[in-house]
Design a protein around this ligand. Structure first.
Ligand SMILES: NC(=O)C1=CN([C@@H]2O[C@H](COP(=O)(O)OP(=O)(O)OC[C@H]3O[C@@H](n4cnc5c(N)ncnc54)[C@H](OP(=O)(O)O)[C@@H]3O)[C@@H](O)[C@H]2O)C=CC1
Ligand SMILES: O=CCCC(=O)O
Length: 293
């Protein structure tokens, strides 16, 4: 396959670009903080000086940026994607954003003759490293078919969900459920502890029953140790709750559980936990500050 551009070398982008390199793809990377491209360069990536430079070089470019403002910035700002995108080139935005942001990007890219696919992912740092993401794409079906060889390396399953916006919405619904679950899990761990039960035994009991799931299994032991090394930063989970609640507003869907979870994530952010893993919301329920990160 042709060289693939990759914008955004954060936790996810770096792991995904590394994975493509490991599987023999040629990759050209860019990051706002350019030094974060160094490790990729050592592994054979070329480094572009701007989003526009990467788009100019590559037929297909992927973006993995923090939030709607960042996703819009790499497209519309100076030296951004719009300066070089044209017929025959495709942009694939894998960031978690809302449908409105995605549609804005899609319209602008298409106006320049390019093609656009949104493709947010389920799965965190480790699945990104292992090529085990779940890819929720929507938009240009031709671009989806063309980029599938790369998706097959990045993920264990790719969905094509139709028109632009459907991928973004699906991702927000999934993360709304995940954020609410993390809050219930945190409350349960505190309740077990305060009522004289062992949180470790609670984890064993949960793992054997109908609500066993990979998230409790993976995050539980480190939460009990007050350890929150960021795989999925809490500030991004709160962004996703906020965007999911806005989707609920638009569709007149009452979401009291998600709204309460969002308040806990907001409180966690306001006490300086935003850059830790989203499981650090546990600290809000414990009513203490983390003793280690
Ligand atoms: N971590 C996870 O488990 C998952 C995350 N996601 C989603 O993927 C996206 C990336 O997440 P993750 O890698 O964890 O996030 P990080 O915070 O680790 O990385 C964010 C990236 O966005 C860049 N960025 C931020 N603001 C701007 C801006 N204004 N202009 C240009 N670049 C900008 C950062 O650049 P710089 O280095 O210069 O700050 C960095 O490359 C988010 O939308 C997140 O919700 C989806 C699935 C799982
Ligand atoms: O958006 C982040 C999702 C994290 C996960 O699916 O484990």
């Amino acid at each position: 396959m042709e060289e693939i551009g990759f914008l955004g070398m954060g936790i996810m982008g770096k792991a995904m670009a590394m994975n493509l390199l490991r599987h023999g793809f040629k990759v050209s990377v860019w990051n706002r903080t350019l030094s974060k491209c160094d490790e990729l360069k050592e592994h054979g990536a070329s480094v572009g000086e701007s989003p526009a430079a990467v788009i100019k070089k590559c037929k297909y470019t992927i973006g993995m940026l923090s939030d709607p403002a960042a996703a819009l910035s790499v497209v519309f700002d100076k030296d951004g994607i719009l300066e070089e995108i044209c017929s025959g080139k495709g942009y694939i935005d894998m960031s978690t954003v809302d449908a409105e942001t995605s549609s804005k990007i899609s319209e602008a890219v298409k106006k320049k003759g390019g093609s656009f696919l949104e493709a947010p992912v389920s799965g965190s740092k480790k699945p990104a490293e292992d090529g085990q993401l779940v890819i929720l794409s929507a938009g240009d079906k031709g671009l989806y078919d063309a980029i599938l060889p790369a998706f097959d390396v990045l993920g264990k399953k790719s969905f094509f969900l139709g028109e632009v916006g459907n991928g973004a919405k699906m991702k927000l619904v999934v993360n709304m459920i995940m954020g609410s679950m993390m809050n219930a899990f945190s409350e349960g761990l505190v309740l077990a502890d305060k009522s004289g039960l062992s949180p470790n035994t609670l984890l064993d009991v949960l793992d054997l029953g109908a609500i066993a799931n990979p998230m409790f299994k993976m995050k539980g032991p480190s939460m009990i140790q007050n350890s929150y090394s960021p795989a999925f930063p809490l500030k991004h989970q709160q962004k996703d709750m906020r965007l999911a609640l806005a989707l609920g507003d638009e569709n007149a869907v009452s979401m009291p559980v998600a709204a309460a979870a969002n308040e806990a994530f907001k409180k966690a952010r306001s006490t300086g936990l935003g850059d830790l893993d989203f499981s650090a919301v546990y600290e809000i329920f414990k009513g203490t500050e983390p003793s280690s990160a």
